[in-house]
Write a protein that binds this ligand. Structure first.
Ligand SMILES: Nc1nc2c(ncn2[C@@H]2O[C@H](COP(=O)(O)OP(=O)(O)OP(=O)(O)O)[C@@H](O)[C@H]2O)c(=O)[nH]1
Ligand SMILES: [Mg+2]
Length: 439
């Protein structure tokens, strides 16, 4: 931990109405005094004229806030300057701030890293914060916010106290074995304490995939024969002209992926080249890519014209047949298939029904962010290793107390890794490299 005072623009890049410069570290107080005039009341905004201390010239008028340690985001002396977001204004303020001794520009995620180091948040909360900044849909936002509030850390601490109690029983057995005592008594008592913890871990593991999935969302591939209306459906769902639509078969040759927010659930919707035998080398590549994408999709919408239905030509975990251009079918007064998933992009018929079904599908695969503790693979792995250690204890409570205690310790270690109490250096680099500067 260095003693530098770090600063960075925390608002987005480019010109804007307002920009926020934040600073943290021992020189923050001094910087506020020399750039913003005088120190405002703690945690209250004050209007001031920002000046370059070297020349005394005014830079801009704006708001200054000062948060004395330890009651601040980072736990250090911390300040925020709100100025007009013009490039020259921001550049001048950065120049004036950076010229003061003991300051330097912050590295990505460095403010949050200091908050972690100073115990302002645990590792799971830091991850939640990163997810909150990345959240694009309502469900993602909800889950990330719960994480930042520390739900995982609190539950881990509860479980941990049960583990400590069990470990104490086992340690006592190791240190003071009583000759006349029933063998395995401590083991059985420990197992009784540990059983609810194991049940809790397992319940979270069972629900965890839906939470993990929320970060990536579900992948839906639109596939089918050429000219079926695939790109037209993509455009209809996106509500904008993303893909080229034309009456010529073989229009789409590449993969076109868009990100949709279906009622809060993040969805990747992928349009593909129409599947057919082709002699055109480029189209062949497109068809190959279409098949590859379909393989890994959560859902394939297999489109073919209602007047000329084609059975699915791809296999995947879930395939729905969608019959397109139903308006033409009615025009021809045909009596063939006209079920729910017979759609018309032309008239809009059943597009709403399709969207509703997609929403239900997404809901069945992805958590809506209201519950659950496991949000990413790292959490799941820690839960899994804690659960398997506890399973060993419960499976054989009459084993020597030394062995049982070892397993309880392993479970404890896994739970501690979750919140970053132990063994965090390798995880930290990974997490903070993804943060933006100023966070
Ligand atoms: N009448 C009618 N025409 C449609 C409908 N949907 C698509 N079309 C027309 O069908 C033609 C092919 O549509 P596309 O969306 O390009 O079909 P595609 O499946 O993407 O075709 P490829 O990219 O070549 O595989 C276009 O002329 C569309 O205007 C519909 O619901 N009704
Ligand atoms: Mg197309």
């Amino acid at each position: 931990m260095d003693n530098d005072t770090i600063f960075a623009v925390a608002s987005g890049a480019g010109r804007a109405a307002i920009a926020v410069l934040r600073l943290s570290g021992p020189a923050a107080r001094n910087i506020v005094e020399s750039v913003a005039g005088k120190l405002p009341n703690p945690r209250a905004a004050a209007l001031t004229t920002f000046r370059d201390p070297a020349t005394g010239g005014a830079i801009d008028k704006g708001l200054v806030m000062f948060f004395p340690a330890p009651k601040s985001f980072t736990g250090e002396d911390y300040a925020e300057f709100q100025i007009h977001g013009g490039r020259a204004v921001v550049a001048a303020l950065i120049k004036a701030t950076g010229a003061i001794a003991g300051t330097r520009p912050a590295e990505p995620g460095e403010f949050t890293r200091r908050a972690l180091t100073n115990g302002k948040m645990d590792l799971a909360q830091v991850e939640g914060l990163a997810d909150l900044i990345d959240a694009e849909t309502e469900w993602q936002r909800r889950q990330a916010l719960r994480q930042t509030e520390g739900v995982l850390g609190r539950q881990a601490a509860n479980w941990r106290s049960a583990l400590v109690e069990a470990a104490a029983l086992l340690e006592a057995e190791i240190d003071f074995p009583e000759e006349e005592d029933v063998p395995g008594r401590a083991g059985h008592r420990a197992a009784k304490i540990l059983a609810p913890v194991l049940a809790g871990l397992k319940a979270e593991l069972a629900a965890g995939h839906a939470n993990e999935r929320l970060r990536d969302g579900v992948t839906i591939v639109i596939a089918g024969p050429p000219n079926a209306g695939k790109s037209t459906l993509l455009n209809a769902l996106a509500r904008r002209d993303v893909a080229i639509v034309s009456p010529f078969a073989g229009t789409t040759r590449d993969i076109i992926e868009i990100h949709l927010d279906i009622s809060g659930c993040p969805v990747s919707l992928i349009d593909t080249a129409g599947l057919r035998e082709s002699t055109d080398a480029v189209e062949q590549i497109g068809v190959f890519r279409a098949r590859e994408k379909a393989k890994s999709a959560d859902l394939i919408l297999w489109l073919s014209e209602a007047s000329a239905p084609v059975p699915p030509g791809v296999t995947g975990s879930e395939v729905w047949q969608v019959f397109t251009k139903s308006d033409l079918l009615l025009a021809k007064d045909s009596t063939s298939f006209d079920g729910d998933l017979s759609i018309s992009a032309e008239t809009g018929k059943n597009i709403d029904v399709l969207i509703k079904r997609l929403e239900d599908f997404a809901r069945s695969r992805v958590s809506d962010g209201h519950a659950g503790l496991i949000a990413r693979e790292r959490h799941r792995k820690a839960f899994e290793s804690a659960a398997s250690a506890l399973e060993r204890v419960l499976a054989n409570p009459e084993a020597p107390a030394e062995l049982l205690a070892e397993d309880v310790r392993a479970a404890m270690f896994s739970l501690q890794r979750l919140t970053g109490v132990v063994d965090v250096e390798d995880i930290l680099g990974e997490i903070f490299s993804r943060f933006c500067i100023g966070k």
